[in-house]
Design a protein around this ligand. Structure first.
Ligand SMILES: [Zn+2]
Length: 138
């Protein structure tokens, strides 16, 4: 019996492998197989983190180093020093706050919208604070 499923990555329909029709969530395209392998590794790492404290510490270190490398790559692509990227982002965050609050006031968004915007801006400030406290080793 043929089982037709929808790929979790590309959303196209595919005929599942007849030996494992209920396990297959991705089609056979190369990018979907990569997405499947990535999802499987992520699921495995999450399960390991839940049951192994040592693995969780190593995973935390691995992710910190990976994020630092990503920031360095992003800075290099822009031809910037990571520290100057932070000061640029700080200025942009200030502009964003003034723009969002000014736009809400201009459009007469009322108290509810202003509170929604405050929540959003607070979250942006928290993310930026996390970014500032992260090590930016170049
Ligand atoms: Zn696919």
């Amino acid at each position: 019996m043929k089982v037709v499923r929808r790929c979790l990555n590309c959303q196209s329909e595919f005929e599942a492998n007849r030996f494992h029709p209920h396990d297959q969530e991705y089609c056979g395209r190369a990018e979907c197989r990569r997405a499947s392998a990535c999802a499987a590794r992520k699921k495995w790492r999450t399960a390991q983190c839940e049951k192994d404290a040592d693995f969780r510490r190593k995973e935390s270190t691995r992710l910190r180093l990976y994020r630092q490398a990503q920031r360095r790559r992003a800075a290099a692509l822009c031809g910037l020093d990571p520290r100057s990227m932070l000061s640029g982002l700080r200025e942009r965050l200030g502009e964003l706050e003034r723009s969002v609050l000014g736009l809400i006031a201009f459009l007469g968004g009322g108290r509810g919208r202003a509170q929604d915007a405050e929540g959003f801006l607070r979250r942006c400030r928290e993310l930026f604070r996390d970014l500032e406290t992260a090590e930016l080793v170049v």
